[in-house]
Design a protein around this ligand. Structure first.
Ligand SMILES: Nc1ncnc2c1ncn2[C@@H]1O[C@H](COP(=O)(O)OP(=O)(O)OP(=O)(O)O)[C@@H](O)[C@H]1O
Length: 585
């Protein structure tokens, strides 16, 4: 928690200092009120007192109460401002940190947990700051000040207040020790609820199609029940606190009056009056002491959960992304659009064995290099190493003659137009999806957007959309068909005018005719760019300059279609499973 508080900015410290001033002022006013009460008590008991004197003392007491209210209001405003600013900065830090994570780190935390950490966990810390600033500062100041005021009045009264505080601490300590482990579990269980809800929402169609609503509901119910049970246990434990504190407070009042009665009875003449008014004042101060401990208890209810949340936030902020920027922004090798793999092997984090073994090939400028192979043989894994979604385990991946690990990541990705296997679109318009991101140059001109849409064969449906290029795209492109989404994803890559295109099975949802026309226009409009294509269909890659056949993470053959048809058995099998001998001839 302290580590997070180091993130306080100058403005936040200034507001914290202001809050402290308001708190000291409020405590002074609160502790001055019993003095006036004592004055009123004495005036009331003294024969011949003037009514105006009582009213003046009462008026001063009222002024103190109003002043205390105003000071408390100002403290709350300061605390709310600090907490809101602080959590906004924290959320931004978390967002930026998660942006810099590689797939490995995101996998480590899980997406659901990262969402809880950026929202719910930040809220827990925010609540602690709002309450903490008011209470953590106010309680000790009030306690010390009030104790100083009551010390020396009567040892019996002071002793009974001391006993009340010790009992209070024992009650609070026991409750916190019992509830603390449950608070730790609460955040984990919130992650779980988040994960199930996300899974449910993203897979809604499949759940309905398979009549799996009951199964999902059961999963949710179980997680919900676990969360509710833990919450109930923690809250029930803490529920003991308030009645416990009330009991101690009432017991203390009783003790003060009982001791007071005994002292008054044994006193003589005017002393009786003075002891009586002391008793009234003392009971007020003693209540202030106990109240300040009670306020600390409120913090103790929030603190365990907030401290767990702070730890979880720090875990994210302290994670060093495994992929770091190198120094190269523009290579001086004189090469463009060249991709080379040198003896590359790769193992996924936590996997037992290498997924890729000894992969070596070169794609020169303007060439089309295609990967084909059975499902799960490692095609996507190979191409994900080029934009450095993962780093190689051994060997080297070079772009324009420079190891990708040497590149500044932005500079490397500016050279690449990547189209993922699952078309990903963002809520917005056609334009905002095509002119997406930054390629290190000026903003994408309208002309480039239109050209890219035409090259990707997307014009045919975009121009029919309401609003055409400003037509609405729903989150994840859910208002488009699979093939339309793929074409817009391709247009997005084309619009960047990259040196290297990476198509990860990006033509699979297109009909054969559109697939062929799209490849032709790509070759015509982007002939200068290198194209690396993963495909399942022989037809898509047949004309490639180089076809690499992958089998179990190893290269089983490399060459043109004709060469492979002659000497690569795996390729022949794939080809014959898709096309007849006549078509292949
Ligand atoms: N993030 C990951 N962590 C661990 N293993 C993974 C991860 N991603 C993929 N794999 C494994 O690596 C293997 C190769 O996956 P990859 O996606 O490269 O195959 P692919 O040839 O592109 O398959 P497809 O044609 O079905 O897309 C698979 O066996 C898969 O289980």
């Amino acid at each position: 928690m302290l580590k997070l508080l180091k993130k306080f900015t100058k403005t936040e410290w200034t507001f914290a200092f202001l809050a402290l001033i308001f708190i000291v002022f409020q405590v002074w006013l609160d502790l001055t009120m019993p003095d006036y009460m004592s004055e009123i008590t004495t005036l009331v008991q003294t024969a011949g007192s003037a009514m105006s004197d009582i009213l003046i003392a009462g008026g001063k007491m009222l002024a103190c109460a109003l002043g205390s209210f105003a000071a408390s209001f100002c403290t709350v405003i300061c605390a709310a401002k600090i907490a809101a600013n602080f959590s906004a900065n924290l959320r931004e830090d978390l967002f930026n940190q998660v942006q810099s994570f590689t797939m490995a780190e995101i996998g480590n935390f899980s997406t659901a947990s990262l969402i809880t950490r950026s929202t719910n966990d930040v809220m827990q810390v925010q609540m602690l700051i709002v309450m903490g600033l008011q209470v953590l500062l106010k309680a000790p100041i009030t306690a010390v000040w009030a104790i100083a005021k009551i010390a020396g009045k009567s040892w019996q009264w002071t002793f009974s207040t001391g006993v009340a505080v010790v009992i209070l601490l024992l009650v609070v300590g026991t409750c916190v020790i019992i509830a603390m482990p449950k608070f730790k579990r609460l955040q984990k269980l919130t992650d779980e609820i988040n994960r199930i809800t996300r899974e449910n929402l993203t897979g809604l169609n499949v759940i309905r199609a398979y009549n799996a609503e009951d199964y999902q509901e059961k999963k949710f119910e179980e997680a919900n029940h676990r969360l509710t049970k833990t919450q109930l246990f923690a809250n029930r434990t803490m529920a003991f606190l308030m009645p416990g504190i009330q009991l101690v407070m009432n017991g203390l009042s009783l003790a003060v009056y009982w001791i007071g009665a005994y002292l008054v009875e044994n006193a003589q003449g005017m002393d009786k009056l003075s002891i009586f008014s002391d008793m009234i004042v003392f009971s007020q101060y003693a209540m202030q002491v106990v109240m300040s401990f009670m306020m600390l208890v409120i913090i103790l209810v929030i603190f365990p959960r907030a401290s767990v949340a702070a730890k979880r936030i720090n875990e994210v902020l302290d994670t060093v992304p495994s992929i770091k920027d190198g120094p190269v922004t523009e290579p001086d090798t004189g090469l463009t659009g060249e991709v080379e793999f040198r003896n590359v092997s790769f193992r996924y984090p936590d996997a037992d064995g290498d997924m890729l073994q000894n992969i070596s090939f070169t794609a020169h400028k303007g060439e089309t290099v295609a990967f084909i192979g059975s499902t799960g043989c490692g095609k996507s894994t190979v191409i994900n190493l080029i934009p450095r979604f993962y780093d190689v385990t051994s060997g080297q991946v070079l772009v324009d003659g420079v190891d990708v690990r040497e590149y500044d990541q932005k500079a490397l990705r500016n050279k690449i137009g990547y189209v993922s296997q699952k078309a990903t679109l963002f809520s917005g318009t056609v334009r905002s999806n095509v002119a997406f991101g930054d390629n290190g140059q000026e903003e994408f001109p309208d002309e480039d957007i239109v050209n890219a849409v035409y090259t990707a064969q997307a014009n045919e449906f975009v121009e029919k959309m309401t609003g055409t290029y400003d037509g609405y795209i729903a989150q994840g492109g859910s208002n488009l068909s699979g093939g339309q989404k793929q074409r817009l994803s391709i247009a997005r890559a084309v619009c960047r005018r990259p040196e290297i295109f990476i198509f990860d099975d990006s033509f699979s949802a297109l009909d054969y005719k559109t697939d062929r026309i799209l490849r032709e226009t790509l070759a015509k409009d982007c002939g200068q760019s290198t194209r690396i294509i993963v495909a399942q269909r022989i037809g898509t890659i047949r004309d490639a300059d180089k076809i690499i056949v992958l089998s179990d993470g190893k290269i089983a053959g490399m060459g043109t279609h004709d060469q492979l048809m002659k000497d690569c058995e795996v390729y022949q099998q794939i080809a014959l499973s898709q096309l007849s001998k006549e078509e292949l001839a």
